[in-house]
Design a protein around this ligand. Structure first.
Ligand code: ADP
Ligand code: MG
Length: 452
């Protein structure tokens, strides 16, 4: 914990340590959700009158702190010292500024939590986990490509980052590109706009490992698919590793060229299923441990029993309990956890039917229920119908076939296409985002749904 103390402060090393311990404590109470146990290993690089530089174990940690915790640390430092203090995080002598300013040449932005050590293995993800470990031990030589798929929130991004951490820890010089498919597509578009396709191609075709998250984003994007096809071929023929993730199997990605589907199936395709109760409970324990929280089996079991669809929800429940505890000073008991999670769990377990969704959507767009279920394709009906499909996918456990069946006897690819389209619209269009929020809140409110 070496402290390099800057004399201008007039403080002794021990005093700096004490002040920093207080700042850390205060930051923990200001933002318990983002605090981690490994923050105990942070140290002060310097503390001058107006600037505090905090040294971190590695680049990923510094990036995480800079992006997620800077505000809490700044407020904590100002409260403890009584001065305006700016806070900066650094690793290996390099200060980090902001996520947006990061150049890809500096390496992908990795989440420090997303390592193999922090990944709980159970029957639902054992195969995907083992495949990722195998690939990270010997990139390019085992399964190529590796294609990991599963519903949202089941750990795909976590595993991809873990592979990246592992490869980097074995070979610091390995050139890895890890990015979302959306970022890949954006880079491609930018390269075309700037007339720098060769730059784009050399960036992605010269790597040792290319990891693209959420590859289903390629759906319907013909030019990007074409470019990705050539990128894939160039890497593959040179024995470079390719790892992809998606929310469904290659053949289920709508509007994806056949030649890409076939390539995605060349290597190994690994599915992740929703975790069992035991795995969920172990994940809650693991997440609590990472944050330095103690969680009893009783409380971990309670959270794991109540929430099952998505691991993000488990994590959210845990952090809610501790945020309530930290801000109110109340001890974490089962009763307190139950009260703290009341709304969250109710919303999650409430049984929502497709008819609840169609009712709300029909009323909102002022159209008839029968129209939603008809074959009509006019925009004023087709879009609300696609919204119904998207919301049914988000809020119910019905299969694509069931959703399609309920909405005019459409097949599963039509439903997938609709979900993808609405998802894209929601990202690009704040109005659509607001509409979906409003509809979701109306659907999940009591009156439209019955408790299961
Ligand atoms: P996806 O990319 O599949 O939507 P993420 O990788 O973003 O899901 O995972 C969502 C959250 O759940 C992350 O915080 C991740 O760390 C956590 N998570 C998922 N699976 C596991 C697991 N098996 N062990 C520990 N944490 C997990
Ligand atoms: Mg993801």
């Amino acid at each position: 914990m070496g402290i390099v103390f800057i004399k201008e402060c007039g403080l002794a090393t021990g005093e700096v340590e004490n002040i920093f311990a207080e700042i850390l404590d205060r930051a923990r109470t200001l933002d318990p959700v983002n605090m981690r146990k490994w923050f105990d290993n942070l140290h002060v690089v310097h503390l001058t009158g107006g600037a505090l530089e905090i040294g971190c174990p590695d680049e990923a940690c510094a990036q995480f702190l800079q992006n997620s915790c800077r505000s809490a640390f700044t407020r904590a430092a100002q409260q403890i010292t009584g001065h305006l203090v700016t806070v900066q995080f650094s690793a290996n002598g390099r200060a980090h500024r902001s996520a947006k300013g990061q150049r890809h040449e500096a390496g992908p932005m990795l989440h420090p939590d997303y390592t193999f050590d922090n990944f709980v293995v159970g029957p639902s993800n054992r195969f995907a986990h083992a495949s990722c470990i195998a690939v990270s031990q010997s990139p390019g030589n085992t399964y190529n490509p590796l294609f990991v798929y599963g519903n949202s929130g089941l750990g795909k991004t976590h595993l991809l980052h873990a592979v990246c951490h592992e490869i980097k820890s074995k070979s610091a010089s390995a050139v890895i590109q890890l990015l979302s498919c959306e970022a890949f597509v954006n880079c491609f578009i930018q390269a075309i706009e700037q007339g720098d396709l060769p730059g784009f191609q050399s960036r992605f075709r010269s790597v040792d490992t290319l990891i693209i998250d959420d590859i289903q984003f390629l759906r319907g994007r013909e030019h990007s698919q074409e470019e990705f096809f050539h990128t894939f071929n160039a890497l593959y023929s040179n024995g470079r590793q390719i790892i992809l993730s998606a929310d469904c199997a290659p053949s289920e990605i709508p509007s994806l060229e056949e030649r890409l589907i076939s390539r995605f199936n060349w290597g190994l395709v690994a599915r992740i299923d929703p975790p069992s109760y035991e795995t969920r409970m172990a994940i809650v324990q693991k997440k609590a441990h990472l944050r330095g929280f103690a969680v009893s089996d009783e409380i971990a079991g309670y959270i794991a029993r109540k929430l099952h669809a998505n691991i993000r929800e488990l994590e959210g429940a845990l952090t809610t309990i501790y945020a309530v505890s930290m801000t109110t000073g109340r001890e974490v008991t089962l009763e307190m956890a139950q009260t703290a999670l009341n709304g969250q769990i109710e919303a999650s377990v409430r049984h929502i039917r497709i008819s609840d969704i169609t009712d709300v959507v029909a009323r909102h767009f002022n159209i008839r229920l029968a129209d939603l279920q008809s074959k009509k394709r006019s925009q004023s009906i087709a879009e609300p119908r696609q919204i119904c499909m998207y919301l049914a996918r988000q809020l119910t456990k019905h299969s694509l076939e069931e959703i399609g069946g309920h909405l005019g006897g459409r097949d599963h690819t039509t439903v997938m296409h609709a979900c993808g389209k609405i998802e894209d619209l929601q990202k690009a269009n704040p109005k659509m985002h607001a509409t979906l929020e409003l509809l979701t809140s109306q659907i999940t409110q009591s009156g439209y749904s019955s408790a299961s």
